[in-house]
Write a protein of this length. Sequence first.
Length: 149
Amino acid sequence: MRAITVHRPWAWAIAEGLKTYENRSWYSDYTGRLLIHAGTSKGSDVTAVEFMRSINIDPSAFQQMPRGAIVAVVDMVGCEAFSPAPSLLDPSPVPIADPWAFGPYCFRLANVTKLAEPVPCKGQLGLWNPTAGVVRRVTRQFRDCLLQR
């Protein structure tokens, strides 16, 4: 099981099931369970607020999201090179018609489970391996969430 640290506004959008793509500057062939870690950095909250308003989402809710914790479990089902529209010159990138996809690489996320209790831990760059203790705490909550569905 891997984890990825995401700035807080975007981690909130993923945990709420709104953001189905995570944008990165690098490609990954990883697929499988992915823990979403809300980073401690504020990121670009102003940009996030403007973007969320542009797609009719009230951005006030993400202000309460904790920082420095695993907030959700998702399935990373692929990584796609971003292309806003088909190109006759380069047909290889698949066009992605999703407001959350900016690229240059878009990690496709599915099957979001928001954790009832965020699990505090330190984040890292790239895809990283959480400690066994963090995995145990997340797995316990994840199983409970699945049983309640």
